[in-house]
Design a binder for this molecule. Structure first.
Ligand code: FAD
Length: 436
């Protein structure tokens, strides 16, 4: 330590929660509440200390859902997630489901409204309502929030009375149990920059071979005419195909064309599958159907009956004019082509452009623009009943650090609430059975 720096503070706690994002706050509240139910004894109730590097807590909660915070979804099943094992994900979601999340927040005075998509938002339309409720609940559960204080390393000595040591920028903290909730790598400026994976490894865990941005916009080739369509939003079916052209995944939803390429729910949802497929199959690609409700056969029949109408105008009845023009040009048609002069090859080329448009994606916009992370600590290394580590007893993991990521729609927060609640409750209960 440089000579002009004050000596590090030495602290001990029963439960350390690293850190205080969505999963960490929920874990700390659940742990704090559980410790308050500790049977009266000679010992004071166990202490809960949550440490976070952020100056202002809850950055991601505040930006979520465009500042409205999409807290959960009215129907959450394992099918909305990808990760190590759907079975494990289902078992977690059964232990703390949507009804539990709503009850938890309702008890804190947060009411919800449901949108047509099934997304649930606070009736105030303000993410601040959600964060304030969590911070009040943490205070009421006697959680000590220590921030800004960034953790630099963690160590585990199973034989010590306080087996976990966290070294932060200003303190050395010894804890009897540790809840690791450092998040993944999405939105690194919020403080979640992936250092948590180093901590998990130091505590004996593995990390999946690939860590990708998920729920991330995609960049298309500089020369793609799609870039010139910036600002258009329309429903599109986007399909992931293997190099062999085998269909792997598909999402149909609103898609936004932007100055860099593609965004919107369908693109965000398929992005993690695309990035994952590309690690093993360089030929994996995305194909767009700009008229998802229409069959190729019926469109072909219509094209055959166009007579003197122009295909470009016919397409304009169904799609924004700028896109219709781009697709006709892509198919090699000029503006003067009419139904009468349209050849079979031109029809096929136009239908390919409209219904099977290969998207010239070059990369994702990276973690800076991602909403979550694909990959992390495999669930096989966690006991799902408690979220306790199978490698380091007394260690619990929750939230985005785990190898589970959900679709757009509130599924990622539901994962954070569920795993956080299970981990916090179990970590506190574990202390009831051990002597301090
Ligand atoms: C722009 C955006 C919008 C989103 N909108 C939604 C939405 O509407 N609905 C939804 O369900 N999901 C949404 N998500 C995803 C959701 O925010 C995450 O799934 C969720 O926040 C994960 O919670 P977590 O606690 O595991 O991680 P995080 O929320 O990332 O929290 C991790 C915490 O750890 C701290 N930290 C990390 N490393 C250290 C360290 N070394 N020392 C000290 N502190 C550290 C960070 O400061 C942070 O507070 C959105 C994400 C983004 C980026």
């Amino acid at each position: 330590m440089p000579p002009d720096q004050p000596p590090a503070e030495l602290l001990t706690t029963d439960i350390a929660v690293l850190c205080a994002g969505a999963a960490g706050l929920m874990a700390a509240i659940a742990a704090g509440r559980t410790t308050q139910q500790h049977p009266p004894s000679a010992h004071p109730p166990p202490t809960v200390l949550a440490i976070d590097g952020a100056k202002k807590l809850g950055a991601k909660i505040l930006v979520a859902g465009g500042g409205r915070c999409n807290v959960t979804h009215h129907e959450v099943t394992e099918h909305a997630y990808a990760g190590t094992s759907r079975n494990s994900i289902r078992n977690v979601l059964r232990r703390f489901g949507v009804a539990d999340t709503l009850r938890f927040f309702n008890d804190l005075g947060v009411e919800f409204k449901q949108e047509d998509t099934g997304k649930l938002f606070p009736t105030t339309d303000k993410a601040r309502t959600v964060l304030d409720a969590l911070l009040t609940a943490a205070r009421d559960a006697r959680v000590t929030l220590r921030h800004p204080d960034r953790a630099e390393s963690v160590a585990h000595n199973p034989d010590a009375p306080h087996p976990f040591t966290i070294t932060t920028t200003t303190a050395t903290i010894h804890a009897r149990t540790l809840i690791l909730a450092t998040g993944g790598k999405a939105l690194p400026r919020s403080g979640s920059d992936g250092l948590g994976y180093t901590f998990a490894k130091a505590l004996g865990h593995s990390i999946t071979p690939h860590i990708h941005p998920a729920l991330v916009p995609l960049v298309v080739d500089d020369a793609s005419p799609l870039r010139a369509l910036s600002g258009l939003t329309l429903p599109v079916q986007i399909e992931l195909r293997a190099g062999s052209n085998k269909r792997l995944e598909s999402f149909t939803n609103s898609t936004l064309l932007t100055h860099f390429g593609l965004s919107g729910p369908a693109v965000m949802d398929i992005s993690r599958y695309y990035l994952d497929a590309r690690t093993t199959d360089p030929g994996a690609h995305l194909v767009a159907n700009f008229l998802p409700g229409c069959s190729r056969e019926s469109l072909d029949r219509e094209l055959q009956n166009l007579a003197n109408r122009k295909p470009a105008l016919w397409l304009t009845d169904r799609l924004p004019a700028r896109l219709a023009d781009t697709l006709c040009t892509h198919a090699g048609l000029d503006f003067h082509t009419t139904g009468a002069t349209l050849t079979k090859q031109q029809r096929r080329a136009l239908l390919d452009a409209v219904c099977e448009h290969r998207l010239p994606v070059t990369r994702s916009r990276g973690f800076t623009h991602a909403e979550t992370t694909a990959g992390g600590v495999p669930l096989t290394e966690i006991s799902i009943k408690t979220m306790e580590s199978r490698t380091a007893p007394g260690l619990y993991l929750c939230g985005e650090i785990l190898d589970t990521d959900g679709r757009i729609g509130g599924f990622n927060f539901q994962w954070a609430w569920a795993t956080g609640h299970i981990a916090g409750t179990a970590a506190a209960q574990s202390l009831f059975n051990t002597k301090s």
